[in-house]
Write a protein that binds this ligand. Structure first.
Ligand code: ARG
Ligand code: ZN
Length: 866
């Protein structure tokens, strides 16, 4: 008994937003001196510290796994009784108002498997500090409201680490005896320590330049392994486009003389906006037609832009505390979404973004990990880099931009940047700047930051022939979420248009503000019941239920002049059929077949839009529409509808597939759209059951001059059982076994596949010689993808759950952040039948019983069981 209890670690402490206090000590300046080596790096830190306010509390410097080898105050070495270590932090009592404090520590980057702090990736040494990695590099008050000027000296072996990079501008460099060299960097902009970065290694540079709107020249560098240089042009173009776009759209200019980006192979997430030295997961830098899909190209463009935009929304104006994370992330996602829309198609970008929001954020918001955009508490901040903070946060900014209009929104952002430049701000500061700069009252709107859960809106349209008016009854409710049983009504901006069936057109697009639990809106001059087009452009991140008939939806799928609403009508038409079938109702499929036929034969439509519109909703999205998810019935119904659409329209798919074959490769929006449509046509053609389907897919796989078509053909084959399946997988493996990013696609394609033995195949792939838990991209490609494959993951035996739980347990010992990201799929047990729910809970419990479990996984698994 005593033994068991002693292995149970104390529950991790809960950090609360309400407990925010200004820092006791400020650190206006810090000089860091790194003697770099993969096995043993020495870090000498020299800080000026200043008492903040009238108090007698000691200086408290956070540390994680550090031991102070020397501590000096004002030049005098302290003996070990003059400081203490408390929960990893170095506590030093100080008497005066300002002091100079120095600390020496030693690190072992090559054994840092968490990839937080200073670590080794390939032959490189690099850092990741957001959110709390700086405390793994040196003792420091690791909180974003401490802004310091950094001067950084790096010394290392010159042959192994010829390139030495840090934040800011380069000052000086030189050679030393014994084959060593050094470089000094200075960042003139005070910054929080989460934006600190350094990189050392053998890197090649794609060098370019950008002249800012005030005529300053900036040296741009994208640093990669020599062999990867030819794959950096798309990222460089994206960077230059981003710099120009932020000047044009927000009036924001870059502020240093250099801007460097480094690509690393081992990275916990997408990329990081360190001041003047962005560090990227290589998957968001490297792209060429041979290895990158169009989705990859778009990912590179979007993430390069995102990190660049952080220079203003995040770095110049940073966050007061981590509860304000969406201040920088939501706003920056909004900015990168609009940038990408401007680079390509607004309509298609909006559809893609909403698809991501619904797949990731709506799921989160309806489960045990739901939290407000501005959370009230956390155990481990790394767990809050979520779709809610990022994507729902972006929707909040989008709603404000819509309510204000372009000009007043710009006035609001100008005021925000001017007022808070050089500060650590809050979400409230942003909203206030919008109110004052945009002259609007956002009182009720603030609830979007406070209340978790996706609002539901019921929209019922009726008509009175006597008064010739239509009446729209809107009702809203926000479901209970953990810690928030009762909700108040939200301020929901809904773009609406009413189509007159007689004329086939509408009387104009209106913005309705739904602010009450129930509200009625009337519209004059309708001889008969109009057709409702609502939440056009997805103006609010809500779930809308309407009383529209399948005929209404079919009309909108053919005529709505708002592309999102048109897409949505088509999706809703399909959802109604599929949900009806899963519920055992006999439903009329022909309306869907007709709508798809109309769409693919409409010569005026953008092929990229057509591809989005005719794709069936995902199994997970269908599950979300049901009280209880039945993964097998959903898979069967969706598969049958795909076959039906394939077979009924087979000649059309054949024709599209043949006609969209390009002559040569381009990354233009038109070329990407053609490939998207071609791949959808292939999918339906194979689904039709036509004898030559697999052969056509195999032909596309073999003949393609680009990865978009090759991988798509592979994915189509991987979801079947044809002999071509094995052949294509083998060829793909042999061709790309030396290229980590492309090999990830081989793992991912199989983990995503609709194949009856996916669980066993994934288990085998987990033992494959090319699989490793040390690389987060590889882990996500296999286990992350698998956990998103509803049909396979939710196999009723529970073997899919066991597989993921085993991975979480093993990975937690190496990399808790990445392990914790695999927990949420197991937490959705309330949405499934009792049998599955019990199996999921058992796996969560087994994870929690693991001795020495990280704070990261403990938080996610324990909340998931509640
Ligand atoms: N700020 C980075 C971005 O641009 C992401 C940092 C993620 N950090 C984490 N601990 N998950 O989105
Ligand atoms: Zn970001």
């Amino acid at each position: 008994m005593a033994d068991i209890q002693s292995t149970q670690a104390a529950a991790p402490a809960i950090i609360r937003r309400a407990d925010y206090r200004v820092p006791d000590w400020l650190i206006p300046d810090i000089a860091l001196d790194f003697d770099l080596d993969a096995a043993r790096t020495r870090v000498w830190s020299d800080m000026s510290v200043a008492r903040n306010g009238d108090h007698d509390r000691p200086l408290r410097l956070d540390g994680d796994g550090l031991v102070p080898l020397a501590v000096k105050v004002d030049g005098r070495t302290l003996n070990e009784t003059e400081w203490t270590l408390e929960a990893g932090a170095l506590v030093v009592p100080l008497g005066g108002a300002t002091h100079k404090v120095e600390v020496l520590v030693e690190l072992a980057p090559e054994s840092n498997s968490k990839l937080m702090g200073l670590y080794a990736s390939g032959g490189l040494l690099c850092t990741q500090c957001e959110a709390e990695g700086f405390r793994r590099i040196t003792f420091f008050p690791d909180r974003p409201d401490i802004l310091s000027r950094y001067s950084v000296k790096l010394t290392a072996d010159k042959a192994r680490y010829p390139i030495l990079l840090a934040n800011g501008d380069p000052v000086e460099q030189g050679d030393l005896e014994g084959g060593r060299h050094w470089a000094l960097w200075n960042d003139p902009f005070p910054k929080p320590c989460y934006l600190f970065a350094l990189v050392a290694g053998d890197l090649a540079c794609n060098a370019d330049r950008f002249v800012t709107m005030s005529g300053r020249e900036v040296a741009l560098g994208i640093w990669v392994r020599e062999a990867d240089l030819p794959r950096t042009d798309h990222a460089m173009q994206a960077l230059k486009n981003s710099m120009a776009w932020d000047e044009r759209v927000y009036g924001r200019e870059y502020d240093l003389d250099v801007f460097n980006i480094v690509a690393v192979a081992d990275f916990n997430f997408g990329a990081m906006e360190n001041k003047g030295l962005n560090i990227f997961n290589s998957r968001y830098i490297l792209a060429d037609p041979e290895t990158a899909t169009d989705i990859d190209y778009d990912g590179v463009e979007g993430v390069v832009a995102h990190e660049y935009f952080h220079n203003w929304s995040g770095n110049r104006v940073t966050c007061r505390d981590w509860f304000q994370l969406s201040l920088k992330e939501g706003f920056t996602v909004f900015r990168d979404q609009n940038f990408s829309a401007d680079m390509g198609s607004h309509a298609v970008k909006r559809i893609e973004d909403v698809r991501i929001l619904r797949a990731a954020q709506f799921q989160e918001d309806s489960g045990p990990l739901a939290h407000p955009v501005r959370p009230e508490s956390y155990m481990e901040i790394s767990n809050f880099y979520t779709a809610t903070i990022y994507n729902k946060g972006a929707e909040l900014i989008r709603m404000m931009a819509l309510m204000l209009g372009a000009e007043r929104f710009r006035a609001g952002t100008d005021l925000y940047f001017d007022r808070h430049d050089g500060e650590a701000a809050t979400c409230e500061d942003f909203v206030r700047a919008m109110e004052e700069g945009g002259e609007i009252d956002l009182g009720q709107f603030r609830r979007w930051y406070e209340q978790a859960g996706t609002p539901h809106v019921r929209a019922l349209l009726s008509h009175d022939p006597v008064s010739r008016t239509a009446e729209l009854l809107l009702e809203q409710s926000v479901p209970p979420t953990p810690g928030q049983p009762d909700k108040r009504p939200m301020a929901i901006p809904l773009r609406v248009a009413l189509y007159d069936p007689a004329t086939g057109s509408h009387h104009g697009d209106e913005l309705l503000m739904l602010t009450e639990a129930q509200q009625r809106f009337t519209f004059d001059n309708f001889a008969s019941l109009p057709i409702l087009s609502i939440n056009r452009g997805f103006s609010a991140p809500v779930i809308v239920e309407t009383n529209r008939s399948q005929a209404d939806l079919a009309f909108l799928s053919a005529h709505d002049d708002d592309p999102f609403a048109r897409y949505e009508a088509m999706q809703q038409l399909m959802v109604n059929v599929l949900v009806g079938q899963v519920a055992g109702q006999s439903v009329d499929v022909s309306a869907v077949v007709d709508a798809v036929r109309n769409t693919i034969t409409d010569p005026l439509l953008d092929p990229a839009f057509v591809a989005e519109a005719v794709r069936l909703p995902s199994e997970a999205y269908l599950g979300d529409q049901m009280k209880q998810v039945d993964p097998d019935a959903i898979h069967a119904a969706r598969d049958a509808l795909q076959t039906r659409l394939g077979a009924d329209l087979e000649p059309l798919w054949r024709d599209i597939h043949a006609r969209t074959k390009a002559n040569g490769f381009a990354v233009s929006p038109a070329a990407k759209g053609a490939r998207k449509l071609r791949n959808v046509a292939l999918l339906y053609l194979v689904a039709s059951g036509a004898d030559d389907g697999p052969a056509i897919a195999y032909g596309q796989f073999s003949d393609a001059d680009n990865m978009t078509e090759r991988q798509s053909a592979l994915a189509t084959l991987a979801s079947g059982t044809s002999p071509e399946r094995e052949a294509a997988l083998d060829i793909f493996y042999n061709r790309y076994s030396d290229d980590a990013l492309t090999l990830d696609k081989w793992f991912q394609t199989q983990a995503f596949a609709f194949h009856p033995d996916t669980v066993e195949l994934v288990a085998e792939l987990g033992q494959h010689k090319a699989f490793t838990l040390n690389n987060p991209n590889r882990v996500r490609s296999l286990y992350g993808a698998f956990a998103g494959n509803q049909w396979a993951f939710h196999h009723k035996s529970g073997k899919g759950y066991r597989l993921v739980a085993d991975c979480i347990i093993a990975l937690d010992k190496l990399n808790p952040q990445t392990a914790a990201r695999l927990v949420p799929p197991l937490g959705r047990w309330k949405r499934f039948d009792e049998g599955r729910a019990a199996l999921m809970r058992a796996e969560l419990q087994r994870i929690l019983n693991e001795p020495g479990l990280s704070k990261d996984v403990t938080e996610q698994a324990s909340k998931s069981l509640e």
